[in-house]
Ligand binder design. Structure first.
Ligand code: NDP
Length: 419
């Protein structure tokens, strides 16, 4: 019997909420709160009569800690699921601390305004010291560790698929298959086709920022940074086929390097079509990916936010997207003194997701792990106080829940390795 407050009602949140409502014996009461309350009301109406979970809705600006505190104090949840945007991570963590409630999210903090001089000074120092230049990193949320420990609360960071399930796969590989892991390659393949010349399959601003940034990987205890999209490989994915994939910086590399220090190399690859890359390069070259406001006819506009208004809403891709995703991790290492390779992954079908929850597989593969992570916290299976990423918890009950609630694992003991 638990009460959960979900903040955000976009593509990922709407899947997570529908999945929570499938487990109404645990998620007995749910409040959906977001900036645009109409979206929360529409989802509540869609679920009316289909679940035993008691759903209420609320309007909140999650950039404002005081508003969040009022909402949390009024609703008294056991857990706050932050499925808004990474920009709100810190304000929501502050509100959870103020109210004594556990916290979770699906992406690590990044600032909305990357030109803010105070943030920029800290960022530039971190770029020099750590050796990667992504706008997001865990330092902002790790800074809350002591506060959460002192308050006896849990903060679960990055519990989507990647980050999220990929780290559970790493913990699972370490627990069951290896004495030592030497290399981890995380492979994220989207073999889906939505028929548009260009669209992003989750929040365009977050997605395009991530993809247009320099790539980086972890090698022998330090970061190696490379120009965006400069390392390309081909891989033949189970149930999808051969795709081009590119090395990207990705947030879980940072926490995995910290929590699995024996691993010599950690890389992240994502598949992109040539058309996607051509469009993105063009948009970048003309300045449409910029987050710096420009004055247009007397009005300030942020180019990437204007672009977001032009692009198809990711939530609208569901009915059009056909094909499958395949996301997982390939490990090399040693077991009982012998060299060993292992690949664990999930294959998810866009159309099956759409039939079940009205969303494509990208929202589905993020929303289901968010629900399963919440389930781990609410049932006390993951209860280590402090601020933690997924690989720090027991992977077994989490992977069992994923198997059961829509993202079953597949395994391969003789995978083709990525050179
Ligand atoms: P959407 O843009 O579809 O949804 C974001 C939601 O947050 C919207 O409902 C939006 O409200 C709401 N929101 C934004 N700002 C505020 C605010 N200030 N106060 C209250 N609500 C706000 O994003 P997605 O669903 O695609 O992504 C959600 C999260 O999931 C992101 O953090 C993203 O980075 C993460 N993600 C993680 C993945 C993983 O594998 N770990 C993969 C994909 C995404 P409104 O409707 O008014 O705009």
């Amino acid at each position: 019997m638990s009460k959960v407050l979900v903040i955000g009602c976009g593509g990922v949140a709407s899947v997570a909420i529908q999945k929570c409502c499938q487990v109404s014996e645990i998620f007995t009461e749910l409040c959906i709160a977001s900036r645009t309350k109409e979206k929360c009301d529409a989802l509540a109406a869609k679920l009316a009569g289909k679940t035993k979970t008691v759903i209420t809705t609320a309007k909140v600006n999650a950039d404002d800690t005081a508003q969040l505190v009022t909402l949390i104090q009024g609703y008294q949840p056991d857990l706050v699921m932050n499925i808004a945007l990474p920009y709100q991570d810190l304000t929501i963590m502050d509100a959870c601390l103020a109210c004594g409630v556990n916290y979770m999210d699906t992406a690590n903090y990044e600032p909305e305004n990357t030109e803010d001089p105070e943030w920029r000074a800290i960022y530039e120092k971190r770029c020099k010291e750590a050796g990667f230049s992504a706008y997001f990193d865990y330092s902002w949320q790790y800074a809350y560790r002591k506060k959460f420990e002192d308050a006896g609360l849990v903060a679960l960071l990055g519990c989507g698929f990647d980050p999220g399930v990929t780290q559970a796969y790493c913990a699972y590989a370490k627990k069951h298959h290896f004495d030592t892991i030497d290399t981890i390659d995380i492979l994220d393949c989207n073999g889906g086709d939505h028929g548009y010349a260009f669209a992003t399959n989750f929040n365009p601003e977050i997605n395009l920022r991530e993809v247009s940034a320099p790539g980086s990987y972890w090698q022998s205890g330090h970061w190696v940074e490379i120009p965006a999209m400069s390392v390309k490989r081909k891989y033949n994915f189970d149930q999808v086929g051969q795709k081009d994939m590119y090395l990207l910086h990705h947030e879980e590399i940072e926490s995995l390097a910290l929590n699995l220090p024996e691993v010599q190399r950690i890389r992240f690859f994502m598949t992109f079509s040539q058309s996607y890359l051509d469009h993105m390069r063009c948009l970048e070259n003309v300045g449409m990916l910029s987050t710096t406001p420009v004055l247009y006819e007397g009005r300030e506009i942020v180019p990437i936010q204007f672009l977001k208004a032009l692009l198809p809403d990711p939530a609208s891709l569901g009915p059009r997207t056909k094909g499958k995703t395949n996301i997982g991790c390939i490990f090399t290492g040693k077991k009982d003194g012998k060299e060993k390779n292992y690949y664990i992954y999930n294959v998810c079908d866009h159309q099956e997701c759409y039939q079940e929850v009205g969303s494509q597989a990208i929202s589905y593969t993020t929303g289901v792990p968010a629900m399963c992570g919440a389930l781990m916290l609410l049932t006390g299976k993951w209860n280590t106080i402090g601020v933690h990423t997924v690989e720090e918890f027991d992977p077994d009950p989490f992977l069992d829940a994923l198997d059961r609630y829509g993202l079953p694992r597949s395994e391969n003991y003789t995978p083709v390795l990525v050179d």
